[in-house]
Ligand binder design. Structure first.
Ligand code: NAD
Length: 413
């Protein structure tokens, strides 16, 4: 199929590349000219394991191209994936301005039957608004089209694998013609153990928010369990293991830590709470999930202060800055809260992250970055392990102790 993917961020670039890998002809467009010209020179805007190789190969084999010429790519395409950002807007409401602006462009370029796929995470009812905007902007042309909801569940750091080998593909569609097109697109990945689930559009939109909200709830739940464990002398790692052995619970997403971050959970939980409010409901559990997460992110530096009451003028090492391992994404990372608190205490920060260092320094120019984790420890009175990169698992504890001025360690993971 001829596919246009609008937005070449974490989702759009991965989706576009993997759709090309599945044999479709894909053109990715973005309003960011710099991103597109870099992509055309083989430079990727993000770090994602395995992605670069896949991009280069599919470009070489002419199934994948990048462009800023939104109009001509849209006219050329049979299917348009909307994969632009939907950040948190006012009062937690999802900011849909980029999605709506794309919908208007689609309306202007509607020249034959097209399936429009909402891949961005958007509140229930958005597909209807997208359809309405396409109609309003198509200058009275009577051209058939369908809007489909196909939320994305990939995890940064595992994105390529998650896209090509998903647990499920959820498709909300109201027309048989659109369902057929979606089946064709994903033909390469559907298997009995990886079902393609068809439902109505609103349910598909809801599935995405309900899934992220459930995962965020598990994290906050375990963080509160961990807090009690600390007070009572139980070990949260064993508690999680024991809980996870129950098949009804399962072992995933039971790790206590520094709180959830990233570009999805915080904003999606907020948007879900907002959707409830707009519909005269209260999502009390999710309000608590958010509150607990906020407290959790702020609880790490006080732990260090228990070991080292006077932080002013001290150097502290941070290992890991990205919101999770194997990504360079700093959006809403717990490290941000930790860095802000440390700077407020008058601390100098020595930081190491395998790939997110430069993105973190854009937010905090005063951050001192080190190329190796052990080097970052020199002259420091404490270490906080913020992100659980594999790189930290097998380092020599004796050496860590020797390199630190004072061996104060807070393992936030
Ligand atoms: P991103 O910020 O990395 O990328 C968005 C891209 O869209 C940017 O390159 C931006 O320049 C481009 N863009 C914005 N407006 C545009 C327009 N009018 N025309 C063309 N391009 C435009 O965002 P992301 O992380 O890829 O997320 C995209 C969507 O997918 C969001 O709704 C997000 O919630 C959802 N999602 C993200 C993840 C994730 O792990 N990042 C996972 C699942 C779902």
């Amino acid at each position: 199929m001829k596919i246009c993917v609008v937005g070449t961020g974490y989702v759009g670039l991965v989706a576009g590349t993997c759709l090309a890998e599945l044999g479709n002809e894909v053109k990715c467009v973005d309003i960011d000219q710099n991103k597109i010209s870099n992509l055309n020179s083989g430079i990727l805007p993000i770090y994602e394991p395995g992605l670069e190789e896949l991009v280069l190969r599919n470009v070489k084999e002419k199934r994948l191209a990048f462009s800023t010429d939104v109009n001509s790519v849209m006219s050329w395409s049979e299917v348009i994936f909307i994969a632009v950002g939907t950040p948190e807007g006012k009062e937690g409401k999802a900011d849909l301005s980029a999605v709506f602006s794309v919908a208007k462009s689609i309306g202007k370029n509607l020249n034959n039957y097209k399936v429009i796929v909402d891949k961005s995470t958007v509140p229930v009812g958005t597909a209807d608004k997208v359809a309405e905007l396409i109609r309003q902007n198509s200058s009275g042309k009577i051209v058939e089209f369908d809007v489909v909801s196909n939320p994305e569940f990939l995890r940064e750091g595992e994105a390529v694998n998650d896209f090509l080998f998903p647990n499920r593909v959820v498709i909300g569609a109201n027309s048989e013609k659109a369902k057929h097109v979606m089946r064709e697109i994903y033909r390469g990945i559907e298997r009995i153990d990886r079902p393609m689930m068809f439902t109505d559009i609103k349910s598909a939109e809801m599935i995405k928010y309900a899934s992220n909200a459930m995962l965020a709830t598990r994290i906050s739940f375990m963080n509160e369990v961990a807090m009690l464990c600390e007070k009572l002398g139980a070990d949260v790692k064993d508690v999680a293991k024991g809980m996870g052995l129950d098949e009804r619970i399962g072992p995933r997403f039971l790790q206590a830590g520094a709180g959830y971050g990233g570009s999805c959970f915080p904003k999606d939980v907020q948007a879900f709470i907002h959707t409830a409010k707009e519909n005269n409901s209260e999502f009390k559990i999710l309000e608590a999930v958010e509150e607990v997460n906020d407290l959790q992110k702020k609880s790490i530096v006080p732990k260090l202060k228990k070991l080292l009451p006077e932080l002013k003028g001290k150097k502290i090492a941070l290992w890991g800055l990205a919101f999770k391992p194997k990504t360079d994404d700093m959006r809403e990372a717990p490290a941000i809260t930790i860095i802000e608190q440390l700077f407020a205490e008058g601390v100098k920060i020595h930081a190491f992250d395998p790939v997110a260092g430069e993105n973190a320094r854009k937010l905090f120019p005063k951050l001192e970055l080190f190329p190796e984790p052990l080097e970052a420890l020199k002259g420091c009175s404490g270490l906080i392990i913020v992100t659980e990169w594999n790189e930290f698992r097998n380092l020599d504890k004796k050496q860590i102790k020797e390199l630190l001025l004072e061996p104060n360690i807070v393992d936030a993971r």
